[in-house]
Design a protein around this ligand. Structure first.
Ligand SMILES: CSC[C@H]1O[C@H](OP(=O)(O)O)[C@H](O)[C@@H]1O
Length: 366
């Protein structure tokens, strides 16, 4: 298998060693457009306006954003300014804070002349580590899919439901929730993926479906409200989703609508898995439902939809007029509704004990 297909750079460093390249995900699936980031402001805009999105990818671009800032001005004041401006772009995905904390800790002790190079080098390390971690998550998820295939007597494809986009577009490579699906398909285990469209930004319909077509994985896009019905009628063998922050008690924050899928899965005895790399764990939050900050995005994301016109052009169309709209971008699923957390180290219960068992050194350090 040509694994490079799944490590398409969603973020990369240009040959000049300073300019940062990204795939503009606001244009997918209608157009494939690369954008060059050359300043702190460019990185801020890219994250805030979701040209890049997905917790691990936001973390990697945040790291490059710090490097871009220090290339402009390597002062202590710029470290603080860049940290605050990048941190403020999106409040929920913990990977952004994790990356900014990491960069600040590494560059602050250095002489100003060494800071930019060190920041670029660390941003590259974070990016490369993300690809490796997600590949490991994929292997652990693959084993769950393979076991499910055996459990159904290898009689038909494994039916997997996913929400939003947690594929390679949400990371630097491989993805989290989708990594195991890519591996199962490539290794000849038949799978079919129910792709929640995931309103209002439609990351499922626009991005996950694009990845499924890219990888040749059989899939069907469904309205967000269809998943419960499919589970009720035995059409789903397992759910696998990504996450933007997992609290120390195992509560899972993910795209709005995830909690409703978890409730339907629990009610119908469908295993509900969440895939995540270690930077997505927030050891400082004891109760995710209570304490994870939920991003409120613009109501226009609900009232305006991007699509292709009959003449082939792309346009944003207002589909809701003259009424107020609300747009909480995430919700939190209690760990009791999660069958297991799939990490690079293995699968554990969505609980404080489960997480401490996989990451004893990190739990102790916080
Ligand atoms: C692997 S993290 C993917 C995660 O991020 C998405 O949020 P957004 O598209 O708003 O950045 C969504 O919650 C996905 O599950």
């Amino acid at each position: 298998m040509d694994e490079s297909r799944f490590t398409r750079r969603t973020v990369w460093l240009e040959a000049d060693g300073r300019t940062v390249g990204i795939l503009d995900q606001t244009r997918l699936p209608f157009e494939t457009v690369d954008v060059r980031l050359t300043s702190l402001s460019d990185a801020e805009t890219a994250i805030r306006d979701m040209l890049v999105r997905g917790a691990p990818l936001i973390g990697a671009v945040g790291a490059y954003g710090m490097a871009l800032a220090l290339a402009e001005d390597p002062s202590d004041a710029m470290i603080a300014t860049a940290y605050d401006r990048l941190f403020a772009t999106r409040p929920t995905a913990i990977n952004l804070r994790w990356a900014l904390d990491d960069l600040r800790e590494r560059v602050a002790p250095l002489p100003e002349a060494a800071r930019a190079d060190a920041a670029y080098a660390r941003a590259r390390e974070i990016s490369d580590e993300d690809v490796a971690i997600n590949r490991a998550i994929g292997e652990n998820a693959f084993r769950l899919i393979e076991a499910r295939y055996e459990a159904i007597g290898r009689s038909r494809p494994v039916e997997i439901l996913t929400h939003c986009n947690a594929g390679f577009l949400a990371t630097v490579g491989w993805g989290t929730a989708l990594a195991g699906i890519f591996l199962a398909h490539a290794r000849g285990i038949p799978v079919h993926v129910w792709v929640d469209e995931t309103r209002p930004r439609s990351q499922g319909a626009y991005l996950t479906a694009w990845e499924m077509r890219w990888a040749g994985v059989p899939h069907t896009v469904i309205a967000d409200n269809a998943g419960g019905h499919l589970m009720q009628h035995g059409r789903v063998d397992m759910c696998i989703v990504g996450t933007d922050r997992v609290a120390a008690n195992g509560d899972v924050c993910n795209k709005i609508g995830t909690y409703l899928k978890a409730l339907a899965a629990h009610d119908n005895g469908v295993p509900f898995y969440v895939a995540l790399p270690y930077p997505t764990i927030d050891w400082r939050i004891a109760d995710g439902v209570r304490d994870i900050p939920i991003e409120e995005r613009s109501a226009t994301e609900v009232t305006v939809v991007r699509g292709r016109l009959p003449d082939g052009g792309i346009a944003d169309v207002t589909v809701i007029e003259d009424s107020p709209a609300a747009n909480p971008a995430f919700d939190v699923t209690p760990g009791r509704l999660v069958t297991g957390l799939i990490t690079e180290r293995g699968v554990c219960a969505a609980s404080a004990e489960g997480l401490r068992g996989l990451y004893p050194e990190r739990a102790a350090a916080e």
